[in-house]
Every structure is written in structure tokens, then in C-alpha cells.
Design a protein around this ligand. Structure first.
Ligand code: ADP
Length: 461
């Protein structure tokens, strides 16, 4: 089967043709039927009027002559005038006049199929009159009424055919116009499938097709963005792996060439690089799992306070070494939160690490836990550090994003800490955001949904 047989354009035309044929056919049938019925009724009325006129004529003839004196010529004249056979009988039933006597065809009475009327004079019947269709050749024959019906039907047929052809042409043009965006969409989708993610379609139409075009364009945008991110990720991962790997290679080559001794110091340096690599790979694995929605969370009702306390305690030595104060404030009545304790500890740990890293000596880092009006447990990690420029703030949760681009994993963080924190919070159906005033400090705030509206510590277990 040819593919155009299944095309929307062809189906629209076919559908419209069927509908049009049905509509025109039923209209033609009905109009033809009604015309035939009206014509027959009209014919009957004309015949009745003629019969009444003939009857009056014959009655007047009888009255003016005061009897049936030689009615034959008058009856013949009337028969010729009306194109009908007229037969008159006296009250005894004797034929006294027949318009078709000269044609020699005998009157067969009822068998002739005519109609009978009484002939009245001064209120009493003086004879009877039979009128039937003429069975003799006529000088000037009348056109049959059926010709009118036939002409009407023929006109209807031509008008219907012309309207049908015009309609099909119009539908063909209109459907071509309506389907043009669909064709464009099809070709753009094919290009997209072929790898050209830059293809877009015009989406000016306000109707459903325009809506479809807009949806297509936004889908293409997402695909292009995802593809760009995938490429960036591969490049970023390669870049991040290269530094520790080339460091390890460099040290090993130096040992191999006898330039460095394989003493504990050298081994420790190489070991640190390997640990760094392992961390990076572990971070990437965690991110990949979280992004694929495949991260399994060990959800339990846990007190948030304990998680915060242990996280603060863990970073205390580093903070003290740097001369930064870390404080924890927990507002009363913080209910239990359904969470994976290890993951949330990781989130708080990442935020605290960053805060301490970006806060100069003498500064402080404050952790605050509270319950918001929208029934979430909110944790804020605020520091008095260098802050984040407004243009960088929206990107800090992106993979490998560093405000100071010259820093790397070797010299600072890996650029994955906040991305991981975001993924972990979102895996708990929570949200995370950053606020910052450059030069004054930053605040990282995350909200976790509460397990129940008014849970208490006693509910544990
Ligand atoms: P990194 O491991 O480099 O810290 P993150 O994803 O944790 O990566 O953070 C991304 C970037 O956001 C960091 O490089 C840093 O520039 C910035 N940043 C994160 N936390 C803070 C903070 N508390 N103060 C200032 N800048 C921060």
C-alpha cells in the first residue's frame, strides 16, 4: 500500500468526501422526492380544475338549449381544447356525446380509467359526464409534468457535483495549510533523531498545533541542554581525573628514574593522590545514582539535633585549627525527621566544610535548626566568610562549578560538594538554596519535610 493512502491529508479529504456525498445524496434524494410529490399533487389539482370547468361548460350547454340537442360538436370542441376524452350520457345512461367519436375508438366505460361527474341543471341531475386521458393523437400535445421533475433533479445533480468538487478542493487546500506545521514538526523530529539538536519549529499558531510546536521546541531545548551537560560532564570528569593521575605518574616516573626515593614520604604523597581519586570516583558514583533516582535511602525517623551535633563535632578540630568558631542553635520542639542519617550527615558535613573553608580566621559559622510554618525542618549553615558573587550564586549547585575557577581538587574542593548536597536533599523530597552577601558571608538553607505534623522524641523507634 502506498504511504499517502495513510496520510492525514488523504484521510481528511476522504472523510470530507464521504460526509459531503452523504449530505448531498440525502438532500438530492429528499428534494427529488418532494418535487415528484408536489408535481403529482399539482397535476391532480389542475385535472380537478379542468374537470370542474368542463362540467360547468356542459351544464351551461344543457341549460342554454333546455335539453340535449346535438351536443356532439360542443363536446368535441371541449375535448380538443382540454386534451381529454369527454363522454356525456343522458339520465338513462345512453351516450349522447363523445369527444373522440371521430377517432373510432370505442368508450370502454370504467375500463377507460376516467372519472365520473353528475351534470346538473337547476339543481337536478340531467346526465353524467366521464372525463379520461386522451387516447388519440393530439395536435398540440402538452409537455408531461415529469419533465419538470427530471429537470429539477438534473439541476440538483449538477449543483451537487459542483458544490462537492468545490468543497473537496477547499478541504484539500485547507488541510494542506493546517497540516503544514505537522509536516515541519515531522521533519524537525527526524532531524532531532538524526542528531541535529539545534532544529526548532515556528510556534506562532495559537491553537493545538502551536501548543504541540511549543512543546516540541521545549523538548528539543531540554535534549540539547542534556546533551551539552553530558559532553561537559565527560570533559569535566576527564579533567578532574587527569590532575591526580598525572601527579601519580610523575612521582612514579621520578622513582623509576632514581630521582626520588621510594621512602614513606613519597609513598604518602602518592597514597594521598590515590585517596583523592577514590573520593572523586565515589562522589561521581553517588551523583550518578542520585540523578538516576536509584539512590537507596535508609529512611528512619531520626532526631535532626543528633545529626547536627555529630557533624559540628566532626569539623570542630579543623575549625579550631583555622581559628573559626562553629556554633549550633536548635530551636525547641524540633520533631523527628524521616531521613537517611548518613546522607543528611554528609549534606551537613559538606556545608560545614565549605563554610569553614571560605571563612577567614576569627570568623564564625552558625548552624541553626528550626521548624518552618510550612511544616518542614529547616537547617541553616551561615558563615561570616568571603561570600559568593551574585552572578555565581545560581550556579554553585552545578557539577564542578567553582567560584574561583583557578582552584581545583588539588588546591581546594572538587566542585561536587554542593551538587551532592542538593541531590541528597532532593532525594529526601526537600529543597536547598543559597543566599550570600559578598564580603559579609553566605547562608545555605535546606528544608526537609516532617514525617508527621507534631511528632516528638518519644515517638522514636
Ligand atoms: P567545592 O568542593 O569546590 O567546595 P562545592 O560544590 O562544595 O565545591 O562548592 C561550589 C563552589 O561554591 C565552591 O567552589 C565555592 O566557590 C562556592 N562556595 C560553596 N560554599 C561556599 C561558602 N560557604 N562561602 C563561599 N563560597 C562557597
Amino acid at each position: 500500500m502506498r504511504s499517502w493512502l495513510f496520510s492525514l491529508h488523504f484521510r481528511l479529504i476522504l472523510g470530507f468526501t464521504v460526509v459531503l456525498a452523504l449530505a448531498l445524496g440525502s438532500i438530492s434524494w429528499y428534494v427529488g422526492f418532494a418535487a415528484q410529490r408536489e408535481a403529482e399533487q399539482f397535476q391532480r389539482q389542475v385535472e380537478e380544475a379542468r374537470a370542474a370547468r368542463i362540467e360547468r361548460l356542459i351544464s351551461q350547454y344543457y341549460s342554454s338549449r333546455r335539453g340535449w340537442t346535438d351536443p356532439q360538436p360542443a363536446i368535441e370542441q371541449a375535448g380538443e381544447l382540454y386534451g381529454l376524452r369527454i363522454v356525456v350520457r343522458d339520465p338513462q345512461g345512453q351516450i349522447i356525446g363523445d369527444s373522440h367519436l371521430k377517432f373510432g375508438s370505442p368508450w370502454r366505460g370504467a375500463g377507460q380509467g376516467g372519472r365520473l361527474f353528475p351534470v346538473l341543471s337547476d339543481g337536478s341531475q340531467v346526465g353524467s359526464l366521464a372525463i379520461a386521458a386522451s387516447d388519440a393523437p393530439q395536435n398540440v400535445p402538452e409537455p408531461p409534468l415529469s419533465r419538470l421533475v427530471l429537470a429539477t433533479n438534473r439541476s440538483l445533480l449538477w449543483t451537487g457535483l459542483a458544490a462537492g468538487a468545490g468543497g473537496i478542493l477547499l478541504v484539500s487546500l485547507m488541510s494542506r495549510r493546517v497540516l503544514a506545521p505537522v509536516r515541519l514538526l515531522n521533519s524537525a523530529a527526524r532531524s532531532l533523531g538524526g542528531g541535529d539538536l539545534s532544529r526548532r519549529v515556528p510556534a506562532n499558531d495559537r491553537g493545538e498545533v502551536g501548543e504541540l510546536s511549543r512543546t516540541f521546541n521545549s523538548m528539543a531545548d531540554s535534549l540539547q541542554k542534556a546533551e551539552q551537560q553530558r559532553r561537559n560532564l565527560v570533559a569535566d570528569v576527564a579533567h578532574e581525573l587527569r590532575t591526580p593521575l598525572s601527579n601519580i605518574q610523575g612521582y612514579l616516573e621520578a622513582v623509576k628514574d632514581g630521582l626520588l626515593q621510594p621512602d614513606p614520604t613519597t609513598i604518602d604523597i602518592i597514597y594521598k593522590q590515590v585517596v583523592q581519586l577514590t573520593h572523586l570516583v565515589e562522589d561521581l558514583r553517588l551523583l550518578a545514582l542520585a540523578e538516576a533516582g536509584a539512590l537507596s535511602l535508609n529512611l528512619k525517623l531520626d532526631p535532626l539535633v543528633e545529626v547536627l551535633q555529630s557533624s559540628v563535632e566532626a569539623v570542630q578540630p579543623r575549625a579550631e585549627a583555622k581559628g573559626v568558631t562553629v556554633s549550633l542553635k536548635v530551636l525547641p520542639d524540633i520533631p523527628l525527621v524521616e531521613m537517611d542519617r548518613t546522607r543528611i550527615t554528609q549534606v551537613v558535613g559538606n556545608l560545614l566544610e565549605n563554610a569553614i573553608q571560605h571563612t577567614p580566621e576569627g570568623g564564625n559559622v552558625a548552624v541553626l535548626a528550626e521548624v518552618t510554618s510550612s511544616a518542614t525542618a529547616r537547617v541553616t549553615v551561615a558563615d561570616t566568610g568571603e561570600g559568593i558573587p551574585p552572578e555565581d550564586l545560581p550556579q554553585v549547585f552545578e557539577r564542578f562549578y567553582r567560584v574561583d575557577h583557578s582552584r581545583s581538587r588539588a588546591t581546594g574542593g572538587g566542585g561536587l560538594g554542593l551538587t551532592i548536597a542538593k541531590q541528597l536533599v532532593e532525594a529526601h523530597r526537600g529543597t536547598i538554596r543559597a543566599e550570600s552577601t559578598p564580603g559579609k558571608g553566605s547562608r545555605f538553607i535546606f528544608d526537609l519535610p516532617l514525617a508527621r505534623p507534631s511528632g516528638t522524641q518519644e515517638e522514636r523507634g
